[in-house]
Design a protein around this ligand. Sequence first.
Ligand code: ZN
Length: 303
Amino acid sequence: MKLRQIISIAALTGALLWGGVSSQSLLEWNVILISWDGAQRAHLEELREHGVLPNLEALAAAGAALPMEIRGHATDTKAGHAEMLSGYGPQVTGIFSNRYYQAIPEGLTIFERLKARFGQQSSTVAIAGKRSNIIEILENALAEIDLALIRSAHAALNGPVMLRALRSLKDRAFFAFFHFSDPDHAGHTYGENSQEYSEAITLCDLWLGRIVATLQELGIFDKTLIYVTTDHGFDEGRKTHSNAPEIWLVTNDPAVASPEEGIALQGDIVPTILERLGFELGALEPSLPGRSLLKKAVGASRP
Ligand SMILES: [Zn+2]
């Protein structure tokens, strides 16, 4: 594949700046937010117990693995990713479900918040394996994403582009959103209890390992926080996710912990990341409904 095809949707100016910019940045951390689309929590836990998700396990060992829940919107792709990428529910985003939605209002995504605050000192990337569902909610944010590749594609096609994107980012501070559609497709086709569904999740783990290996090779793993989550769960034993609010978060962020009260919610992901990136949460408009999960006292040590 040629690079020209890859950046078909990219904001070209941002992409063209890569490489020539100094590594000076106000961002202390790089952040990669990874979505394993439709990976059911119970199924994931089963696979973890069987020891077939070694790369996810390594993240959890360095940081945390916690159960999460979805509240207040459909358990589907658009509503889940809207909350995962903006921190707001449908009252603010207008995204209730795959069918009842609009684009996330301008300025509310992590991409836009980073660019508004850090400008060209930060790079933003979105590589996703579903086209319409993701593009339709990110339409207003695309101008603030330096490299966007949003297309219907499996991990085998998008994974290598993710690694290439990381190599091009080497000396830049960045926020990247990497989305894998494989578990959702396998669940819809073969069912939640199928071997194919398990294999799709282990494939995501394989690519997580390649992402980590690339970061290590580039010498930036120790300043990159990785948060792996899902947009929604899956109905037990079925080919649907009509009522699947049980999700999860696994991260190498040593400061993340389950909240002292109640279960963590999908809306807690964005406040956690924004606080990590130096935002004062109380100053954000409109105010974020979620809470930061940065609880543990962590010194200067890095994962
Ligand atoms: Zn689905």
